[in-house]
Design a protein. Structure first.
Lengths: 397, 397
């Protein structure tokens, strides 16, 4: 396997919680040298010791770590020295914070015109551009929460899909900017928005409601039969109490399902030879499916259906998903060190014929783990580094 | 505004429904010349006239359309000729289909070593890599549906977030490959996985449960007034019956939030001075806040929160979100023409200082709208184009 695609790219990251750190995570996994900077008075709230500590270990692998007190002149000078040589700067601080610190886009690009500056913000340009936002708020405002929960009970999706999605779109903008820079020599400012990311997810429903003139209905309220007319698209309970989701989208998959369940009498049944017939027969086929499946072991059923090409899955939790054999194949999980523990966490969800992802740096449990190393690389002498540490412009906590 | 970043990139898309077309959409919006290739006997099922018409209009703007019969030797030859000058092929056909048609990665890269071949599949490599799969199944299998619904009632998120997410990561891989190709001259194969994308969304919960040893608890099972998480991070009903979501994520915000609602006693309560105190005391604070918010109309609540710098948003549907002034601001929506109507649909959720997004091609609701033009650009003479159309190797439907 070859080198990672961003091995010659250096990133500075001044981010916290989810959206910004995820952008750094993606770039770090893709091979960039990501240096995460934390101010000593505003350490990442996602750090060890808070309710979000697991999250910190997921989002901060493959980064080096330095603590700089950006309100001190010496630390700002260190930051500028790093930024002058960096390819990309990522931030998700509150509105106006980077300008106030003297590290806004105008300042950094004046010093280093090649820099690609990426802000992950609540909103893109427009009337709300200076409002703060957050994942769940974006889901509520975009219509996504309305579409997720039952009518009258809007629900957020059970993961930070807006934060993570906005990070991915920010990185898409960054990669395109790096490619353009190779031709023009100039960087640019990329901003990605949480609200706009949630809206992009909802775009299909916006199109549908405008096209059909019908108001949107939450997906949780769908009558599955009228929706797709699919023979089977349902959750079933198994003998072991676990639930399995089975989808049969056509007559061929329906027949394969019958084979697996031993419904040989249904194969030639005259009412079950086309989609309309299968839809109409649901009132009597479903109870039979439910009864039969209740005698099956969930794992065995999923294995047999999958082998026959019938889409099926266990209902997993973020814990039980680790039992899936697919995750034990090479490259599906990375072992990430979290202090004394080791966590099995997902790799980036794509693969290349040319390279593999790996853990090159564990998340820095100790803030400033790499402060000395990074400063030395930036050209500071050992005496100068000691001075920066003594004056607390830089820190190892 | 300057040129779009992918203006010199040509993409062939052989994709249907959501995941593949979403990858093509992102590349197309970024300026690539995306040519959507459809076989006459397997047009994109999301096309106008089916229940998914809104979906087709959202995911297929900025693409040109050509209909080629890939089972016809002349149609296959035309595809090879197009692929010979293409930079990227995007596909989400069933497992094995591209190879069977003679246009798999090996065949195409042998003809054009610079080609980047991007597949969006159900699974990345591993035991399940040939299983058929779908967005909702990925949510079920990854643990995301478990986390979204109330306990015991797994729910999918109300949009195709996994299809769109997998498309996003596939595009990240493609952009990484375009960067590498500048140095090496070689293309590569990129695969994006639905299951792995859902898992990447859930990674935070996987980290948390492994780190703490506590089993994961669905976000949908949180009840109002139960302690945990942020002190205020809830939907509230207003006097006009509308709902607003409010999130208080800092101590300074808490003070401003309380005073804005006239809850001076809460602001002064030392037990509530930090988030952990506010989180513990939700059973006491939330009903008080509910009552205060219920006395005010939603526009008033939103204005008060905005003035206080507290994150707030009304609960929208994919229909009502269009009325947000922010969504009406320049750049947020692209005007998309459907037969007899125009739809306002979201632009890509990021912006650049160097370029803006626009609608360059309407969605091709006529399959093969651009067949003649694309063939002519590929070097076919008018007489040759006529012959391809006569023999039905190519079509305009």
């Amino acid at each position: 396997m070859g080198p990672l695609p961003l091995e010659n790219i250096r990133i500075l990251e001044l981010t916290h919680i989810v959206a910004g750190p995820t952008a750094g995570l993606i770039l770090g996994d893709m091979g960039a040298d990501v240096i995460k900077i934390e101010p000593p008075d505003a350490l990442e709230p996602g750090r060890l010791g808070t309710g979000r500590n697991g999250s910190y270990f997921y989002l901060n692998r493959n980064k080096r770590h330095i603590v700089l007190d950006l309100k001190k002149e010496d630390a700002l000078a260190v930051f500028y020295r790093l930024a002058d040589k960096a390819d990309v700067f990522i931030e998700n601080m509150g509105p106006g914070v980077t300008d106030r610190l003297g590290i806004g886009y105008d300042e950094l690009s004046r010093r280093n015109p090649r820099i690609v500056y990426c802000s992950v913000k609540g909103y893109l340009s427009g009337p709300y551009a200076d409002r703060s936002s957050m994942d769940e708020l974006a889901q509520m405002m975009s219509g996504l929460a309305f579409m997720t929960g039952p009518l009258g009970r809007p629900l957020r999706a059970g993961a930070s899909i807006t934060d993570i999605g906005a990070a991915a779109f920010g990185v898409i903008g960054i990669l395109a900017a790096l490619r353009e820079r190779d031709a023009t020599g100039k960087g640019q400012l990329i901003t990605s928005g949480l609200f706009e990311t949630a809206l992009f997810y909802v775009g299909q429903h916006m199109a549908q409601t405008q096209f059909s003139g019908q108001p949107p209905r939450p997906m949780a309220e769908r009558d599955r039969r009228s929706q797709g007319g699919w023979p089977v698209y349902d959750l079933f309970e198994c003998a072991d109490g676990r639930h399995v989701f089975i989808a049969a989208f056509n007559v061929s998959q329906w027949k394969k399902l019958c084979h697996v369940l031993g419904f040989t009498d249904l194969l030639a049944h005259p009412e079950l030879q086309n989609m309309a017939g299968l839809g109409n027969a649901r009132p009597w086929t479903m109870p039979r499916l439910e009864e039969t499946i209740r005698a099956w072991d969930a794992k065995t059923l999923v294995a047999q259906l999958s082998a026959q090409g019938v889409p099926a899955s266990m209902v997993n939790t973020p814990e039980s998903v680790l039992d899936e054999a697919h995750l034990h194949a090479p490259q599906r999980l990375l072992n990430v060190g979290a202090g004394e523990k080791s966590l099995s966490l997902p790799t980036l969800p794509y693969e290349s014929s040319d390279y593999h992802f790996s853990v090159r740096h564990n998340p820095a449990v100790r803030p400033g783990r790499d402060t000395r190393h990074v400063l030395a690389e930036a050209g500071y002498s050992p005496a100068e580094i000691d001075h920066l540490l003594q004056t607390e412009a830089a820190k190892v906590l | 505004m300057g040129t779009l970043p992918l203006e010199n990139v040509r993409v062939l898309e052989l994709a249907h429904i959501v995941a593949g077309p979403a990858a093509g959409l992102i590349l197309a919006d970024m300026g690539a010349d995306v040519i959507k290739v459809e076989p006459p006997d397997a047009l994109d099922p999301s096309r106008i006239g089916t229940a998914r018409s809104g979906s087709f209009l959202f995911f297929n703007r900025n693409k040109r359309s050509i209909v080629l019969d890939l089972k016809h030797p002349d149609g296959l030859d035309a595809f090879y000729r197009l692929a010979g000058t293409a930079d990227v092929v995007v596909e989400n056909m069933g497992p094995g289909t591209m190879d069977r048609l003679g246009i798999g990665y090996d065949a195409l890269s042998q003809r054009n070593p610079r080609i980047i071949f991007c597949s969006v599949k159900g699974f990345l490599s591993g035991p399940n890599s040939d299983h058929p799969f779908l967005d909702e199944l990925a949510q079920i299998m990854s643990g995301l549906a478990y986390m979204t619904g109330p306990l015991g009632k797994p729910l999918r998120a109300g949009a195709s977030i996994v299809d769109i997410g997998a498309a996003t990561y596939a595009v990240l891989g493609v952009l990484g490959a375009l960067l590498e190709r500048q140095a090496t001259g070689q293309g590569q194969k990129i695969t994006g996985g639905l299951f792995e994308s859902a898992l990447f969304f859930v990674g935070q919960h996987m980290a948390q449960t492994q780190f703490t040893g506590n089993p994961p608890r669905p976000t949908g099972s949180r009840t109002r007034g139960s302690p945990g998480g942020w002190g205020v991070y809830d939907l509230f009903e207003c006097a006009d019956g509308k709902h607003v979501f409010i999130g208080v994520t800092s101590n300074a915000q808490w003070g401003r939030f309380c005073h804005a609602l006239g809850l001076h006693k809460l602001a002064a309560d030392p037990k509530l001075a930090d988030n952990s105190g506010r989180s513990q005391n939700r059973p006491y604070t939330i009903p008080v806040i509910e009552e205060a918010v219920l006395a005010l109309g939603s526009p008033t609540v939103i204005r008060l929160m905005e003035e206080s710098g507290v994150a707030v948003a009304p609960l929208n549907t994919p229909e009502t979100v269009l009325q947000e002034p922010h969504v009406q601001a320049p750049g947020r929506l692209l005007h998309t023409e459907a037969p007899d109507k125009a739809l306002d649909l979201p632009a890509l959720p990021y912006e650049s200082s160097a370029y803006g997004f626009s609608l360059r091609h309407q969605p091709p609701y006529q399959p093969g709208r651009d067949t003649r033009q694309v063939l002519a650009q590929a070097g076919y003479s008018p007489a040759e184009v006529d012959r391809l159309l006569q023999t039905e190797a190519a079509k305009v439907l």
